[in-house]
Design a protein around this ligand. Sequence first.
Ligand SMILES: Nc1ncnc2c1ncn2[C@@H]1O[C@H](COP(=O)(O)OP(=O)(O)OP(=O)(O)O)[C@@H](O)[C@H]1O
Length: 210
Amino acid sequence: MLTLHNFQKSYGERPILTIPDWQLPTGIHWLKGPNGAGKTTLFRSIAGMLPHEGSVRLNELDSRQDVVAYRLKVNYAEAEPTFPPFLTAHELIKWVADAKQAPAGQAAGLTEEFGVGTYQHTPVGTYSSGMLKKTSLIMAFLGQPTLILLDEPLVTLDVAATQTVAELIDRARLAGVNFLLSSHQAMETAQLPIDSVWQVANQTVTPASV
Ligand SMILES: Nc1ncnc2c1ncn2[C@@H]1O[C@H](COP(=O)(O)OP(=O)(O)OP(=O)(O)O)[C@@H](O)[C@H]1O
């Protein structure tokens, strides 16, 4: 499903990740690793947001040669999302829904499921961290992605929202969507069926156990 080949990422002269070959099969995958290991750097690279050496491919799509098609199929929610404070959740969600060619009614349905409707017309600069997180998670599910990258999806969420995320992941999985999730918490919290576990450490990615 996802293939990295001769992947290298540095910030300036400082190498962060070197991944000669990594093949991620279909399913739900958990990315572990200590603080500063490079998980966010890896997510951003796979999301097409960072320059890097080597290739990142989602099935037949190359992240740099098939940019538009690739980005329609790879969605990403950051661990600590930040948005222009004067925009509302409604405006942000609508903008991403248009960009991701979301089916009619999808954004409204997700907004309803996360309970964001009550404050969606208020600027995000007034939101709590949990409200911001829900807004960013809604955007990660918009469109018809093949792969959704979720960096620390459960942090700052209440019990109800954690349950909503788990249900959405499970529903999307049954519809053929794949997930790469990072979490410092045990994923049992969300009761997700994890297909494989990976560790980011020593500047590379290796198989790991739960
Ligand atoms: N824009 C940047 N410029 C320079 N160095 C950076 C930049 N972003 C991250 N780094 C460095 O790259 C390394 C990996 O950072 P990254 O945020 O990818 O780690 P992480 O595994 O996501 O960490 P955490 O679990 O704490 O979120 C760190 O040493 C960090 O200081």
